[in-house]
Design a protein around this ligand. Structure first.
Ligand SMILES: O=C(CO)COP(=O)(O)O
Length: 252
């Protein structure tokens, strides 16, 4: 059965005060929710320990990025093993901001997925096309290639640790969302790619990200191949984050 996931990527936002106020509110909100949603909080790495301590069993925790290496002289980097050791369950890999602002390459994404899975983290692999690529009619090709490359070294028994998040770059932080139909179409394509690679595609959760808000989450989550969301700005408000969690239908 595919997991239904709502993950909040705080990016470089938040503070200890936000951790202290938000995590408890999300925790009590989830206690009265029975739609089977798994909530994940992905704060800046410095706050992971604080979130883990307050999250209880109901909230999973993730990091926004991991290194390509296990340990060593890589100043400023954090390994997948360290994230796991600190209580993380997930790592984002290949977020478009990492790719665009920090020059993260497809090859590095492939390695980071391997490192995450080997350390026992679930990898939320982020893919998505730019506006130019969409307008040139290349969105499907770009996203399909990103997916193929990212999972190139995933082993047979590791697929249950893989989650794919489709985040069109033009929809991130812009207030523009893909229509539910366009998002569904791309999710169908991604599932098809995973199937063609021999993965148990029907079991893999596919998230949509890019300006997801309480008022558009219902239509997005109603789509058959959209199993949840990767939320940026709206995840910094406990109220909005919980509204988005509540937008998940009780589908299996
Ligand atoms: O990049 C995102 C989540 O990883 C989406 O961010 P916004 O929800 O702020 O558009």
């Amino acid at each position: 059965m595919r997991r239904k996931i709502v993950a909040g990527n705080w990016k470089m936002n938040g503070s200890k005060d936000l951790v202290n106020s938000l995590v408890g509110q999300v925790r009590s909100g989830l206690a009265s929710l029975d739609n089977g949603v798994e909530a994940v909080i992905i704060p800046p790495a410095l706050f992971v320990g604080d979130v883990v301590r307050q999250a209880g069993d109901q909230i999973a925790v993730g990091v926004q990025n991991i290194a390509c290496w296990d340990s060593g002289a890589y100043t400023g980097e954090i390994s997948a093993g360290m994230a796991k050791d600190s209580g993380c369950d997930y790592s984002l890999v290949g977020h478009s901001e990492r790719r665009q602002l920090f020059g993260e390459t497809d090859d590095e994404v492939t390695v980071k997925v391997v490192k995450a899975l080997a350390s026992g983290l679930d990898a939320i692999i982020c893919v998505g096309e730019t506006l130019d690529q969409r307008e040139a009619g290349k969105a499907e090709d770009v996203v399909s290639a990103q997916v193929r490359k990212a999972v190139a070294d995933v082993g047979g028994g590791q697929w249950q640790q893989v989650v794919v998040a489709y985040e069109p770059v033009w929809a991130i932080g812009t207030g523009k969302t893909a229509t539910a139909e366009d998002a569904q179409a791309m999710h169908g394509t991604i599932r098809g790619v995973l199937k063609s690679l021999g993965a148990p595609a029907e079991e893999i959760s596919l998230l949509y990200g890019g300006s997801v808000k309480p008022d558009n989450a219902v239509a997005l989550f109603a789509q058959p191949d959209i199993d949840g969301g990767l939320i940026g700005g709206a995840s910094l408000s406990a109220e909005d984050f919980m509204s988005i969690c509540r937008a998940m239908p009780g589908k299996s």
